[in-house]
Design a protein around this ligand. Structure first.
Ligand code: NAP
Length: 381
């Protein structure tokens, strides 16, 4: 790891697991960031009294109460989050959910930091912008998604010319095997019951629609410079094979292990070094692993995402923003489950395509897509 650790999205699923791994490795935590001045964040601040704390949101009174409840140095507003992301010489774990994480990724990379990227939305919405910041800052970008961590490790030491295909595995989510008719009435509680992974709410719903896999396809395209025709999805309900690479000579390399995010989180912090596992020892004995084609008809999110990736420019950012809005509407009972891909498609059709050149351009696209998606959803409520 390079320098002390900054944890963005510290109160979330990735953030708390990162802190658990960091404690076990004895790493110094220099800053924590989250959206709300919550009791959870105040607890974490108490556990790391030397860490600076950045809080993106919150109103006047809440902020004052938070500051009074902790002894740490505290700063508020989105700029405060960017300031800790851009502390030079740090390793930054970006566990923020949504396109809100993009500016922080860019701020961290521009000063040459090492970034552990859980926030896949950074690459989906602003892939070219992020890659430019990586190149100009001279830092590093290490994926945290278990699939991309797996691919990175499979590709280590390999020539890119030798790669035939990337095979991303998908659990299939809680509704694998259901038809659209079966899914018409599913509730948020049912969609939040993921069979193998315990994660934040947005990614869990995205795993049920398969939009999460779609986002990951675009993330893989940017991370590994592989075109969309050579990225394939295979449904593997046990989530033991995290992903695989097929090489031109017919050889495959796959990465297997527990479906436990602490493993790719630790790898993102220590790579290329390996440290003792944060989990129990894994054994392959007795496992019954199955693989099947994804059901593209009943889960249209996959083809929407492949098409968005191929269109490039603003489309992936529009798709992500629309999905964030649609997932929120579903969770609040304002949209049915099948309405999520429908609203995403309609938003993509309604927002004019362009090529975002800067972070501000991407943020503008994201904002416009959110407005369009919200009004389309309001019109069907
Ligand atoms: N969870 C997993 O196992 C997993 C696996 C692979 C990839 N990922 C990716 O990792 C990211 C985080 O997922 P998660 O499951 O950890 O989400 P989560 O549990 O919902 O946590 C999200 C975190 O982001 C913070 N946050 C939200 N908006 C923010 C803002 N504008 N500025 C600063 N902090 C902000 C939240 O703070 P508050 O608590 O104050 O709202 C919270 O700490 C997502 O991109 C997801 O796709 C997650």
């Amino acid at each position: 790891m390079t320098g002390p650790l900054v944890v963005l999205g510290a109160t979330g699923s990735i953030g708390t697991q990162t802190l658990e791994v960091a404690d076990k490795l004895g790493l110094e935590v220099s800053a924590l960031a989250a959206r709300k001045p919550s009791a959870e964040l105040a607890d974490l601040a108490g556990r790391y009294p030397d860490a600076a704390v950045a809080v993106a949101g919150g109103a006047g009174e809440e902020r004052a109460h938070f500051t009074a409840s902790v002894s740490n140095e505290v700063d508020f507003g989105p700029e405060a989050v960017l300031a800790v992301a851009g502390l030079p010489g740090c390793t930054v774990m970006n566990g923020i959910v949504g396109a809100a994480g993009l500016r922080a990724t860019v701020a961290a990379l521009e000063v040459g930091n090492r970034v552990g990227l859980a926030n896949k939305e950074s690459l989906v919405a602003g892939g070219d912008v992020v890659k430019r910041a990586l190149a100009s800052g001279g830092g590093s970008l290490i994926p945290v998604d278990s699939e991309h961590s797996a691919l990175l490790q499979c590709l280590e030491g390999e020539s890119r010319d030798g790669v035939a295909r990337l095979i991303l595995t998908a659990s299939g989510g809680p509704f694998r095997g259901l038809t659209r008719e079966d899914m018409a009435e599913v509730t948020p509680d049912e969609a939040l019951r993921h069979p193998t992974w315990d994660m934040g709410r947005r990614i869990t719903i995205d795993s049920a629609t398969l939009f999460n896999k779609g986002l990951e396809v675009i993330e893989a395209h940017h991370l590994f410079d592989v075109d969309y025709d050579r990225i394939e999805i295979v449904v593997h309900p046990q989530s033991i094979l995290h992903s695989a690479v097929e090489f031109v000579d017919g050889s495959w390399k796959g990465h297997i292990g527990y479906p436990d995010m602490r493993i790719p989180i630790q790898y993102a912090l220590t790579a290329p070094q390996r440290m003792p596992t944060p989990t129990e020892q894994f054994s392959i004995v007795g496992l019954d692993l199955t693989f099947e084609e994804p059901d593209r008809e009943n889960f249209p999110a996959l083809d929407i995402a492949f098409e968005a990736g191929r269109q490039g420019g603003s489309t992936p950012a529009v798709m992500n923003a629309a999905d964030e809005i649609a997932v929120e509407a579903f969770l609040h009972g304002r949209l049915g489950f099948l309405g999520i891909p429908e609203m995403v498609s309609r938003t993509i059709d309604s927002v004019e395509w362009r090529r975002p050149e800067t972070v501000d351009d991407v943020v503008q696209v994201d904002r416009e897509a959110r407005e369009v998606a919200a009004s389309l959803i309001a019109s069907v409520c």
